[in-house]
Every structure is written in C-alpha cells, then in structure tokens.
Design a binder for this molecule. Structure first.
Ligand SMILES: *[C@@H]1O[C@H](CO)[C@@H](O)[C@H](O)[C@H]1NC(C)=O
Ligand SMILES: *[C@@H]1O[C@H](CO)[C@@H](O)[C@H](O)[C@H]1NC(C)=O
Ligand SMILES: *[C@@H]1O[C@H](CO)[C@@H](O)[C@H](O)[C@H]1NC(C)=O
Length: 220
C-alpha cells in the first residue's frame, strides 16, 4: 500500500471516530458478514437469549450482564457473560466424548489453527436423509479437501433461529462419520445445528470423529 493510500484510510477511520463521538441517535452498528471481497465469511451466529440450547425449550436465556456501567458512575461499561461452552457457533474439544483426552488436557486450545482457518468447501446434502455412508459417497467430495461445511435441511428449517431445541435435526450417522474418516482427507467438519451427530447416533458418531481429533465446527 502506498503511504498516500494509508493516510487516507487513517483519515477515514479518524472521521468515523469523530462522527461516532459527536453522538447520533441513528447509529447503526455495522454487522458485516463478508470481508475481503468474499475471502472471509463470518458465519457465526449472534448470541441472543432466544438462541436454542441443547435439550431446552427456553433458549439460552439471559447470558449477559452489565455489572459496571457509565450510567451508574463507572468509568466504563463492562459486561459479564455466562453460558455453556456448547452454545451457538462452537467447536467440540477432543475431550468432549473421550475421558483420556479430557484428562490429558485436550481442550479447544489444542486444535490446529491451520486446520480451523482457510478455504472451505460448502456442500449441500440431500434434504431427505441424515448424513449416512451412502450420502457421503454420493457427495463425491474430492481427495485433498480438508474443510467442509455441510448445509442440510436444518438450514431450510431455520433451526438455529428456533428457541425450542429440536431433536429431529440432520447430522451424521455413525456409518456416515466412518465413511468420511476412511475415504476423505477432511479434517474440519462444519454443520448447521448444535450437533454434528444425528440424535440417534449422538455418541457413536462423535467417537468416530474425535478419536483422531478431527475438528467439529457448528453450526454454519
Ligand atoms: C454504557 O452503558 C449504558 C447503560 O448503562 C448505555 O446507555 C451506554 O450506551 C453505554 N455506553 C457505551 C459507550 O457503550
Ligand atoms: C444502576 O444501579 C442501580 C442501583 O444499584 C441498578 O438498579 C441498576 O440496574 C443499575 N443500572 C445499570 C445500567 O447497571
Ligand atoms: C435424521 O435423524 C433424526 C433422528 O436422529 C430423525 O428424527 C430425522 O427425521 C432424520 N432426518 C431425515 C431428513 O431423515
């Protein structure tokens, strides 16, 4: 970038700060989802009380408090939040279903950032099935692809926007997970609801994926 260009960027940023500081009742926070002309997509869900929570009808409820507020004389606004780590857009730690990984300290901090970041393939899954071995085979995902986001019926049903948790979501069956591990190079699996495993195969599918510590990211 030329120095001139950098200066004008700085001037713009400065102008934006002044504009914000002048106060404006019509301030609208920018909530961009696409950056760098499509190089980066922010597909994480915004936390809000109605966001669904595992096996709950009431959503996550209040998760944010403001113990320090300028209105009450504090120097700054400071929020506090509390919710289960399995909430909203999250990755599963290897210790999620394996005690030996849990005790050895395999938390999310041990996941490989080179796997978690980078180009990903978005695949539409047939809408009339869970992700079985047969479905996986039919998707023809080429060798060499390591990150795949699976878009399913969950997205059509807008399940991430329903407060009531729904056990009929689409996810991997155990044989679908096994097929993926044995026949593809995928190391990051993303899905569009709270679990990568379908409800009927909850633990068996997780065991297949997390045995070799594949990264499970959800929901997309
Ligand atoms: C600080 O919190 C108050 C609520 O107590 C809110 O009205 C105000 O907008 C907040 N200020 C900033 C700078 O976020
Ligand atoms: C300010 O303090 C009062 C009294 O403790 C409390 O009722 C109120 O909720 C506080 N407001 C904020 C924005 O923190
Ligand atoms: C996927 O499996 C769940 C149970 O695990 C079931 O309720 C749901 O109907 C299945 N979805 C499809 C599209 O077959």
């Amino acid at each position: 970038m030329k120095p001139g260009a950098l200066l004008s960027v700085l001037a713009c940023a400065f102008a934006a700060v002044i504009w914000a500081a002048n106060g404006d009742d019509n301030l609208v926070p920018p909530r961009r989802e696409v950056y760098g002309n499509g190089r980066i997509f922010d597909i994480s869900h915004r936390y809000q009380p109605e966001m669904p929570e595992w096996e709950s009808n009431d959503g996550i409820g209040q998760f944010l408090w403001l113990p320090k507020s300028m209105k009450n004389g504090s120097l700054a606004n400071n929020s506090e939040m509390k919710f289960p780590t399995h909430t909203g857009t999250h990755v599963d730690a290897p210790g999620h279903v394996f005690d030996h990984y849990f005790h050895a300290g395999f938390d999310v901090d041990t996941l490989d950032l080179d796997i978690l970041n980078g180009p990903a393939m978005l695949v539409d899954v047939p809408r009339d099935s869970n992700i079985t071995a047969q479905v996986m085979k039919s998707l023809n995902i080429p060798r060499g692809v390591i990150r795949v986001l699976f878009r399913t019926l969950n997205t059509d049903r807008r399940l991430m926007f329903q407060k009531e948790w729904d056990s009929s979501y689409v996810g991997f069956t155990a044989d679908g997970a096994k097929w993926l591990v044995e026949n593809t190079d995928i190391k990051l699996v993303g899905i569009d609801y709270l679990s990568v495993a379908s409800y009927d195969y909850l633990i068996p599918s997780h065991l297949v994926f997390l045995k070799d510590r594949i990264s499970l990211y959800k929901p997309d």
